[in-house]
Design a protein around this ligand. Structure first.
Ligand SMILES: *[C@@H]1O[C@H](CO)[C@@H](O)[C@H](O)[C@H]1NC(C)=O
Ligand SMILES: *[C@@H]1O[C@H](CO)[C@@H](O)[C@H](O)[C@H]1NC(C)=O
Length: 660
């Protein structure tokens, strides 16, 4: 009786157990409360993250199996004894700090909870050298293989179906299909990112499907691996399901984040949002560290430096507008010019005007000597046109013209950068100041060479270049001498450009230097090549006579301005023109040349602009290619004196650099 009762109880418990086994149906989001048997390095962290192996040791093995056996055959619940089905889904991640990683991991169905005798090397913790491939193993696995074993692996990033051994029955490069037409995306198993795997076996169809995808992607319709094979021969009555991994020589984390399994049915979908977090990768942790601690410091330092340099450089602020981009190469940076001239130091000043100073400088990079003219400018002036002209003038190339290199513009300030000429302006040599120690002036031969040079420069400006350039400020003060006393006409600050064929153009403002301004210019503001010729005539007289164009005399009649032109003209009338020349030129001179220069000076300063010669004619006379006849000079009889010609007192224009 008791034995029978005892037997019944045992049968009842066995029945319960049977039911329990058949009910293998679970879902774990995080494995902290999972019913697992772990061995080797496998452990579950507090947040539920299962690590089969970790980064502390090489040659690690780790197993995690559902603790209860699962009935794979003769299942009471299944309709046919031999056609058990199962379905599982899990999320894993493989994280290694090295470029390579450990062996990978596998979902396993095995006869025992551990896999005794398995090695921590290439067999993923499943087999050893002697039992790999042995049909007696009864081991089924889906491998996520990250090391290529030359004997039986295609590559180091594949998903494979293993039966009793690691030579996969089927394997493919890890990827997932994005559509039914074969579109796919590759996956890197060792990316450190979480990925989901679905394994489904239909016992009645004898069909096994394996699918993989990143966690954010829903299950692809097309499985990666599809195997038609009856697996019943592999399965024993009861089997254990779980995971296996090994590291071999590379310390690697093999993580499982969540797992669902069901025998004879569809495993539950994993809820990705409920899975445990992966630890921050080292680089990312480092990045976070940098962002949170180092970045603010960096930003602070950068900002401080920025403010420091802003304040430091504020004195270098320039005005640059879009249109100036066109003139790019002609533009100098203020900083360079500031450095070149020792901060526009007093010592570097080599010339001064009412609204301008000229500084000697050495450009920082090219070590080229330059003269920088700093002009206080009227911002209302059409700067754009002005600079366009400056830049055009920068293209002038003639041995008797000072080369303009470029400009720089600041608020209320314009800087023109010229070639530097060591001997300075002619003015200083023909009108030596009393204080100047060197009373030595230029002899006639030098003066005549200078006159011819300036003539040649003006012919180029008026006739030979692309455009007609009217200099508007020809005078001894704007003629500079190089080391060999060759003259160069400079200071194009007032120059105007015209197309050939449109010689006369009205200017809005009278410009030039008093004493050199032609009468018609003074009346109407009309600038032309002939007004340049007038100024050139004055220049001829000042060079020959060594006198300034206007001298203020105080005598019995009061204070009056004596014009050099009038003085020479009156001497011409009296036949004493030869007496007007500068006694400082010494004894070696050619009287005819002086006389020619004086006569040309008078012709060029004729009050009627129609009687003035052109610069080309002047050049022909000076070179002896044409002879100035007495008849040519008869026009001088019709010449008014300057005092008569200027109907109103000559306006003294202070601002030599008013451009208009
Ligand atoms: C290999 O594993 C089997 C069983 O899993 C074990 O019996 C055998 O001793 C192991 N062989 C070696 C060489 O470790
Ligand atoms: C995916 O990887 C395979 C193997 O490395 C390569 O042949 C294929 O071009 C890759 N495809 C894409 C879309 O990157």
């Amino acid at each position: 009786m008791w034995t029978l009762f005892f037997k019944l109880i045992v049968i009842f418990f066995l029945f319960l157990l049977q039911i329990d086994i058949s009910k293998a149906d679970f879902v774990y989001h995080g494995l902290e409360n999972a019913y697992l048997t772990l061995d080797g390095a496998a452990q579950v962290a507090d947040n539920g993250l299962l690590s089969l192996t970790n980064q502390n040791n090489r040659y690690e093995i780790g197993h995690a199996f559902f603790s209860d056996p699962v009935q794979f055959k003769n299942n009471v619940m299944s309709t046919s004894s031999d056609s058990v089905s199962f379905s599982t889904s899990f999320v894993f991640a493989i994280v290694s700090d090295n470029d390579i990683s450990g062996q990978g991991l596998a979902f396993v169905i095995a006869p025992s909870r551990g896999l005794p005798g398995a090695l921590a090397d290439q067999y993923l913790g499943l087999f050893n050298d002697s039992n790999n491939g042995n049909p007696a193993n009864h081991v089924f696995a889906v491998e996520l293989d990250t090391i290529r074993n030359i004997e039986y692996d295609m590559d180091n990033n594949h998903v494979g179906i293993d039966i009793n051994g690691l030579k996969s029955v089927q394997a493919k490069f890890a990827k997932y299909y994005t559509d039914k037409n074969g579109g796919y995306k590759n996956l890197s198993l060792t990316s450190g990112k979480a990925m989901q795997v679905w394994v489904k076996y239909d016992g009645s169809q004898k069909q096994l499907d394996v699918t993989i995808a990143p966690v954010k992607v829903r299950k692809p319709d097309v499985p990666l691996l599809s195997l038609s094979q009856d697996l019943s021969a592999i399965f024993l009555d009861s089997m254990y399901v779980g995971f296996s991994s090994s590291t071999q020589t590379v310390e690697t984390f093999h993580y499982i984040l969540g797992w669902s399994f069901k025998i004879n049915g569809e495993a539950q979908e994993l809820d990705i949002s409920s899975l445990p977090e992966l630890p921050e990768p080292k680089e990312k942790a480092m990045m976070l560290y940098i962002v949170s601690i180092i970045m603010p410091i960096f930003v602070f330092i950068t900002a401080s430096l920025g403010i420091f340099f802003f304040l430091k450089n504020r004195k270098f602020t320039e005005l640059v507008e879009d249109w100036e981009e066109i003139y790019g190469t002609h533009r100098f940076s203020f900083k360079d010019l500031y450095r070149a001239t020792n901060g526009f130091g007093e010592k570097e000043i080599i010339g001064k005007g009412d609204f301008s100073e000229v500084y000697r400088g050495v450009l920082p990079t090219s070590r080229k000597e330059v003269a920088v003219k700093k002009i206080a400018h009227d911002s209302r002036y059409r700067m754009q046109q002005f600079i366009a002209e400056i830049v055009s003038i920068g293209q002038l190339r003639h041995r008797n013209l000072v080369q303009l290199y470029g400009y720089c513009r600041r608020k209320g300030e314009l800087l023109l950068v010229y070639e530097f000429l060591p001997c300075g302006s002619l003015e200083k040599l023909i009108f030596p100041s009393n204080s100047s120690a060197s009373r030595a002036t230029l002899n006639w031969c030098q003066r005549f060479k200078i006159i011819k040079g300036v003539t040649s420069g003006l012919v180029y400006l008026h006739e030979e270049w692309d455009k007609v350039v009217i200099h508007r400020d020809v005078k001894a003060g704007n003629v500079f001498l190089d080391a060999d006393m060759n003259p160069r006409l400079g200071d194009f600050g007032l120059a105007m450009l015209f197309d050939h064929g449109s010689i006369d153009t009205l200017t809005s403002k009278i410009a030039g230097t008093p004493g050199y301004i032609a009468p018609e210019m003074n009346k109407s503001g009309l600038a032309s090549t002939r007004t340049d010729v007038y100024a050139f005539g004055v220049f001829l007289l000042e060079v020959a006579c060594g006198k300034r164009p206007v001298e203020i005399r105080t005598d019995l009649t009061g204070v009056r301005a004596v014009h050099l032109v009038d003085f020479v003209l009156s001497c011409w009338g009296k036949g004493t023109i030869v007496e007007t020349f500068d006694p400082n030129i010494g004894s070696e001179y050619v009287a005819e040349e002086i006389e020619l220069v004086l006569k040309l000076g008078l012709l060029c300063t004729h009050t009627n602009s129609d009687f003035r010669p052109t610069m080309r004619q002047v050049m022909q006379y000076l070179n002896g290619d044409a002879t100035l006849l007495q008849t040519d000079l008869q026009v001088l009889d019709t010449c008014d004196t300057v005092n008569q010609a200027f109907k109103r007192p000559e306006v003294y224009l202070g601002n030599l650099c008013s451009h208009g």
